[in-house]
Design a protein around this ligand. Sequence first.
Ligand code: C2E
Ligand code: MG
Length: 560
Amino acid sequence: MKLEAKLPLILAPLSLVPAVLVGTLAWREASPLDGDAALALLAVALSGGVAVAAVTFLLLRTLLTRRLRALQQAAGELGRGNALVPLDVQSRDELGDLAQSLRTMGHHLRQSSEQSHYLAYHDSLTKLPNRLMFGEYLKRALAHAKRGGRTLALLFVDLDDFKHINDTLGHAAGDQVLIEFSQRLLHCLRADDYVGRPDPASEEGDSIARLGGDEFTILLPDIEDAFRAATVAERVIAATVPPFWYGDQELHIGASIGITLYPSDGVQAETLIKNADMAMYHAKAKGKNTYQYYREDMNVAAVRRLSLETALRRALEREEFEVYFQPELDLASGRIVTVEALIRWRHPEDGLVLPGQFITVAEETGLIVPIGQWVLTTACRQAAAWRDAGLAGLAVAVNVSGVQFMRQELPELVEEALREAHLAPTALEIEVTQAALMRVEHSVVRQLPALKELGVAIAMDGFETGYSSLGYLRRFPIDKLKIDRSFVAGVTTEAGDAAICSAILAIAKSMGLTVTAEGVEEPAQLEFLRERGCRLIQGNLVSPAVPASAIPALVQNGRR
Ligand code: C2E
Ligand code: MG
């Protein structure tokens, strides 16, 4: 029977005690009185006793049984393994002590369940996630990649000749190498400052696991560029170059790495693991200490890409880049008002290389940052030199990649370049491609107003109406639209292109934006654009991009 139910049974006889006492006294007082009065007094005394008993019952119920019930519930939950049960009993008596003990038990239970969870999901030697955790993480990452239409890379890393260390120096030496190697692996990902890399601290970040023995996996759950996996693989291989030490024994090991990609190589976790494993064996067969993609065409492309990256770095060091300039003609005044800076690479063997051949790789490798900075300062200095030579009012337009917005504080760089060249901000225009604006919107949104405040003009490059919403035109502080060459090419032959160009010119007019039509090659195109109110034209009809030295002559007789 519950304590609460027992209480009335205990309290009923107890309630009689004060009642009998009061009754006896009342009887003695009332005996000289008549019988009715004596009975009345007795009744009052008894009901007083019952009231006292009822109050005591309620008090006991509030003070005792409610707390007992909470403790009973907490003990039951703890027994079922639930360590997070809330227990609101704080009194300074035995029940309070009991509650405290239950809380301590809960705390210990929580700690030990966390510990057993950690042990189940981590490798005890290297403290890296183990095969179980890797499997779960891979499945989750695949689901995310599927939903977001992303590319995922899985790298399978196997140490070369690790068995030899274990066999000759014993397992303690092998363990030490594995611990040191796992630290170096973590460093490889942390050092990865590639653009667009997910936050390493986030759930969705890159991750490393030890599957067992000398096998490790690296998961890159969201890569914009499949070659980034090769960059990480190279970094891992480079990380094995410094010797490992066991006591004063110097050890050298290498790593063979297999790379597979979702979705191009497979969509199931099992398939991807198998592919990466196979690719790793190819790497071993290629002579070890190297990486291989699962697909052969990726290997060919990766080699080509790597050599281009190396050549670009060298080109930067050896100052092989040049800036050409292409005029923009103001149709109203017939004057060249702006010249666009366009990078060229004077390759020692291949001659003049156009940016289409290398800008993408420069962006993917981050090299666009120093390259873009060099173009900016060179263009500003050139504009100042033209001004000093008497070409007043000529502005330079500099193309800026979305990657630069993500990696740098462009307003600061622009301000510094202007100051260094003693150039007025009105003589500089920054061109941002529409595609970059859409992709890296956040960093651009933050920086464009600051750029604008400096007084430089902002142009949206490669403008087309394909992006579903034009609402962003209002959100960005843009001065100018540059109509993409592909539309201008068809204005006199394709009804669709003519309609699009007319629409862009109408939108720009209503929003008070200047328009430059790019890639104008024929007089008929120029006339079409002039009739629809296009203010500026750029293209081979006026002049192709030329070295800086050719600009003064063009400006002086620029009128058409
Ligand atoms: P863009 O900014 O749209 O530049 C215009 C491109 O069209 C230039 O190509 C120019 O030479 C070409 N062009 C101009 N008029 C005509 C024409 O009438 N006919 C034809 N067929 N082409 C014409 P270029 O110099 O090869 O540059 C290609 C792209 O590379 C540029 O497109 C720009 O997006 C990028 N780029 C160039 N220099 C830089 C730079 O310093 N930084 C960055 N981030 N990107 C740059
Ligand atoms: Mg441009």
